[in-house]
Design a protein around this ligand. Structure first.
Ligand SMILES: C[S@@+](CC[C@H](N)C(=O)[O-])C[C@H]1O[C@@H](n2cnc3c(N)ncnc32)[C@H](O)[C@@H]1O
Length: 216
């Protein structure tokens, strides 16, 4: 059995994190191309991928095992829920969200990750001065996410990281090979009002289900 997949026995219990080490988290890490490359190059930091598709979680795990990477783990759970309830407060150094599902139809916009709930949970989990790195091929979603951060005084826009070819994600590689434009931005978290997060009302399709927890 692999030791790169975090097995959630109780979805109300925070996931184990070594707070003596820095932590970087990728939301929707897919098969793990970006995060495993970053983990291999940065042994003094821990890396956590959050991905809800089982097959991709398994491929992430395989990359870690083949590459002898022992500082990366993957969690098969929904990202907003994980940020809201399961991660330590003000500990994460960088959160990466690359090519999240853009849900282009207006009637599906409520499925998008970025919104007030995610920004609240993100701010709570980032260390002060920690960063969110974002990239997408979808111009309208990019502009919406930029507006969302611009309206939140707890974040300041900063230069996005350089992403050389070796760390492109699977989707970035595909989009760049098609010659599509890529939009990137980053924000830094600032000091702010650290009041507790309100309990989350999770839509049924986003609830962590027994099957998800057991089948890994
Ligand atoms: C378009 S793919 C991009 C994958 C990867 N970031 C890349 O750039 O190659 C979006 C990924 O995010 C995952 N995902 C979408 N919403 C999620 C959520 N709320 N929680 C966890 N994973 C999610 C999907 O399963 C999918 O693997």
């Amino acid at each position: 059995m692999s030791d790169h997949i975090i097995r959630v026995k109780n979805p109300c219990e925070p996931i184990p994190v070594d707070i003596s080490r820095p932590l970087e988290v990728e939301v929707g890490c897919g098969k793990g191309k970006f995060l495993t490359a970053r983990a291999a190059a940065n042994p003094d930091c821990d890396f956590l991928g959050i991905e809800r598709m089982l097959e991709r979680v398994r491929l992430f795990d395989g990359k870690c095992r083949r590459g002898g990477i022992d500082n990366a783990k993957v969690l098969r759970l929904e990202a907003l829920y994980t940020f809201h309830y399961l991660l330590p407060a003000h500990h994460i150094r960088t959160v990466y969200v690359f090519f999240p599902d853009p849900w282009p139809k207006k009637k599906h916009h409520s499925h998008r990750l970025f919104g007030t709930l995610f920004l609240n949970a993100l701010w709570k989990r980032l260390e002060i001065g920690g960063k969110l790195e974002f990239a997408t091929d979808h111009k309208e979603y990019f502009e919406t996410v930029c507006e969302c951060f611009a309206g939140d005084k707890r974040f300041e826009r900063v230069e996005p990281m350089a992403r050389p070819r070796e760390v492109w994600t699977e989707f970035e590689t595909m989009f760049r090979e098609q010659g599509l434009p890529i939009y990137s931005a980053a924000w830094k978290s600032l000091d702010g009002d650290d009041s507790p997060l309100e309990p989350l009302t999770i839509p049924p399709e986003a609830e962590p289900r027994e099957g998800i927890v057991r089948r890994v």
